[in-house]
Design a protein around this ligand. Structure first.
Ligand SMILES: Nc1ncnc2c1ncn2[C@@H]1O[C@H](COP(=O)(O)OP(=O)(O)O)[C@@H](O)[C@H]1O
Ligand SMILES: [Mg+2]
Length: 427
């Protein structure tokens, strides 16, 4: 099978690795890709801008399956355009992608199908007075979210009425562009976060092992939000009982609900969860693999990943195409450019990746570039340094050992990836 992978981050490098290793994969193309992805796939030679460029590329290269990594092309309806041209796609339609591209849509959907989530109200730009009245008598902290895609920056937790007013003014005055034409204001949930990925064909589903991301820039979950500073899987907070609840109250109603709505969800459904007292509520849905969760989850699978995602893409999920490695744990530590998520310097040469890989690491590229044949940092999150272990402790120790083998000027990383899971093992 010939495959085109769309995207250019750490998540896509992990996808590229498991797609390319599958026995059903003949040729893997990538667009736009990154230096890590180009090592294991063929970089699409020409620039692809429009949906018709994608269709043209697929026809010219006899592509049997397109795997779409990021949310933006899904929200833009790339899946629909490809499917209309007879090309199989792993990734939901534009209408199904509203589960991520409109937080208001997702909340109304959850309410309708009784999926546990924070209580909420939505207001559009013309309803600022009503939103203000609502916020005057609300309990704080309260969470204000831009409705649309805002690159992980559209959620603000406010501690009092004044803060909430500032936030509301900023969002409605356009700091997030059109994504802020409406807001969701929701109850603040206490607890610990975890995520779960479900591969689905719109009817049936396969759960991948639960994981935990580390969103904040500093150790101990301090400082600003980032794209994610590391992840590990499986996350022991999701015990067997909780997993059953998540399946029965969240995953199954979500898949069935989308189907009832006439917009079946095909692809990877990501449920971001808040867990308290062994009960999970949905923080958000994403409509694609998580980053960096994917880097910590895919190393735990074995089998024909291509056959799995293809079966989902054509509406005939075959869960037996892969299995989960028993008694294995995975930890991914993100190496970032110091200063991220604000300003940071680019262009520093990276060394030691080969050494780490020889020792067993998976090193997933995110913000890297080739300059005069040298690999340099080009983004905030640069690499995802990943290790498998027979215990979480071993996976974490190995990942941090590999981290030491890789160097570039201004390398920054969190020292506590996996700690929540380790502490829980000793409870
Ligand atoms: N209702 C809530 N209660 C507490 N924390 C929340 C709530 N909603 C969001 N958050 C926090 O904000 C982060 C980002 O919110 P999320 O809905 O996942 O949006 P996005 O990932 O699109 O920025 C969450 O990971 C969580 O830490
Ligand atoms: Mg999120």
């Amino acid at each position: 099978m010939n495959i085109l992978l769309v995207g250019s981050g750490g998540r896509e490098h992990a996808l590229a690795l498991y797609l390319s290793k599958s026995k059903s994969c003949d040729k893997l193309y990538s667009y736009p890709g990154n230096p890590g992805i180009w090592k294991i796939s063929e970089k699409a030679g020409k620039e692809i801008k429009s949906h018709s460029d994608y269709i043209g590329f697929c026809k010219e290269n006899s592509i049997d399956l397109v795997v779409i990594g990021p949310e933006q092309p899904l929200a833009d309806g790339l899946s629909d355009s490809l499917r209309q041209n007879g090309i199989a796609v792993f990734g939901p339609s534009k209408l199904a992608a509203r589960l991520e591209s409109s937080k208001g849509f997702a909340k109304d959907f959850m309410q309708k199908y009784k999926i546990p989530t924070a209580s909420f109200k939505t207001f559009n730009k013309t309803e600022q007075d009503q939103a203000t009245d609502y916020l005057r008598t609300a309990n704080y902290p309260i969470v204000i979210k831009a409705d649309g895609l805002a690159a992980g920056k559209g959620v603000i937790i406010t501690n009092n009425f004044d803060e909430s007013q500032n936030t509301l003014n900023q969002i409605f005055s356009g700091i997030f562009g059109e994504a802020g034409n409406a807001v969701v204001i929701e109850e603040f949930m206490e607890g610990e976060e975890a995520s779960i990925l479900a591969i689905t064909d719109g009817k049936d589903y396969l759960l991948l092992p639960p994981s935990q991301d580390h969103k904040r820039i500093f150790d101990g979950d301090k400082g600003k939000n980032t794209g994610g500073m590391g992840a590990y899987s499986p996350a022991p907070i999701v015990n067997d009982n909780l997993l059953k609840q998540i399946e029965n109250e969240i995953i199954i109603p979500a898949i069935n609900g989308m189907s009832t709505e006439g917009t079946p969800f095909m692809g990877c459904l990501y449920a971001g969860l808040m867990i308290k007292d062994n009960k999970a509520k949905v923080v958000e849905f994403n409509v694609r693999f998580g980053d960096p969760e994917t880097q910590a989850v895919l190393p735990l699978i074995k089998g024909d990943f291509v056959a799995l995602v293809y079966s989902a893409a054509i509406g005939k999920l075959d869960k037996n195409k892969i299995s989960i490695l028993e008694n294995n744990h995975c930890c991914c530590v993100v190496l970032a450019s110091d200063g991220y998520p604000d300003n940071f310097e680019k262009g520093f040469e990276i060394s030691g990746i080969d050494d780490a890989e020889k020792n067993g690491a998976f090193v997933f590229h995110a913000g890297t570039a080739l300059r005069e044949n040298k690999l340099v940092n080009s983004g905030g999150r640069v690499l995802g340094v990943t290790a498998l272990g027979e215990s979480l402790k071993q996976a974490v120790e190995k990942a941090y050992h590999y981290v030491e083998l890789i160097s570039f000027k201004n390398k920054y990383y969190r020292k506590d990836i996996g700690l929540k899971g380790l502490n829980r093992h000793f409870e």
